[in-house]
Design a protein around this ligand. Structure first.
Ligand code: IPE
Ligand code: IPE
Ligand code: MG
Length: 254
């Protein structure tokens, strides 16, 4: 029997998603959740309070993504470069990611969200990996929205890790090195089933990728919103989708 899912909770303001045709809705949205530190600093709070405040933003964005019909969201939660932060902040972020995944997995499951981890195992706390695996197992049959939790993710690391595996298979003659196409290459990425990114959304006003989904975003539309992550909610996503809907995507064609 098909699983029945709960409808997303409406936004407390009563806001409804903009009316757009289905071809104007991005299938896959990548989100760089940036600006927590600045949000906290502006309030005289420690940076960690900004991270805490950002949890609700991600959850609201997921509800809003379902409402408008987005099928895949990739959330940049911790980059391979974020290890460069102070040991205290790194420790906080590891524990925080572990706890958020644990405390939100039932809600994700009820909404029909399929949670997947995308990232590199090296250095990542085993307790974080464990919570991600529990969430993956619990939600693997869901099909309303796929949420890629990008924890210890880096675009260059992902490409290097794929190249390493390909080189090893070529060495042991499992694959023919003269037959490596983009299609073959993608099979070696962390989540081969991931769709190409349609809309790349970054909060906080910074206009850079910071190494997020480099391969998958080759033809993504970039939208930079001047709002700090803890102030983001589903309406920020909807506004970005309205901007996306006005873009003309050509993919190299004339
Ligand atoms: C994003 O907010 C959260 C992570 C990178 C984990 P920041 O912590 O980068 O906040 P800013 O950019 O310093 O304001
Ligand atoms: C990108 O934000 C990483 C995440 C949001 C997890 P950063 O704050 O780490 O990026 P930079 O340092 O401003 O490029
Ligand atoms: Mg930042």
């Amino acid at each position: 029997m098909a699983k029945k899912f709960r409808a997303p909770t409406p936004h407390p303001s009563g806001a409804k998603p903009p009316k757009l045709s289905s071809d104007q809705i991005p299938r896959h949205v990548a989100v760089v959740m940036d600006g927590n530190g600045r949000w906290a600093k502006a309030r005289g709070l420690p940076r960690t309070s900004g991270h805490e405040a950002g949890e609700a933003s991600l959850l609201d964005l997921v509800h809003g993504a379902i409402e408008i019909g987005v099928k895949e969201v990739s959330a940049y939660a911790f980059s391979t470069e974020n290890w460069r932060r102070s040991p205290e902040e790194v420790k906080f972020l590891m524990g925080f990611n572990r706890d958020v995944i644990r405390r939100r997995r039932d809600e994700m499951n009820e909404l029909g969200v399929k949670v997947r981890w995308v990232g590199r195992p090296q250095k990542l706390w085993s307790s974080v990996i464990k919570e991600l695996q529990i969430a993956e197992e619990l939600t693997h049959g869901n099909n309303i929205l796929t949420l890629n939790m990008c924890v210890n993710y880096g675009g260059r690391a992902e490409i290097v890790d794929a190249v390493t595996r390909i080189a090893l298979e070529a060495k042991s003659k499992k694959i023919d090195p003269t037959k490596i196409s983009a299609k073959v290459f993608e099979k070696y990425l962390y989540q081969p089933k991931m769709n190409d990114v349609d809309l790349f959304l970054r909060s906080s006003g910074e206009q850079r990728t910071s190494n997020f989904l480099l391969w998958q975003s080759a033809y993504a539309e970039m939208v930079f919103m001047d709002v700090l992550w803890p102030d983001v909610d589903r309406r920020t996503l909807w506004r970005a989708i309205e901007i996306y809907a006005e873009r003309e995507r050509r993919f190299g064609k004339a």
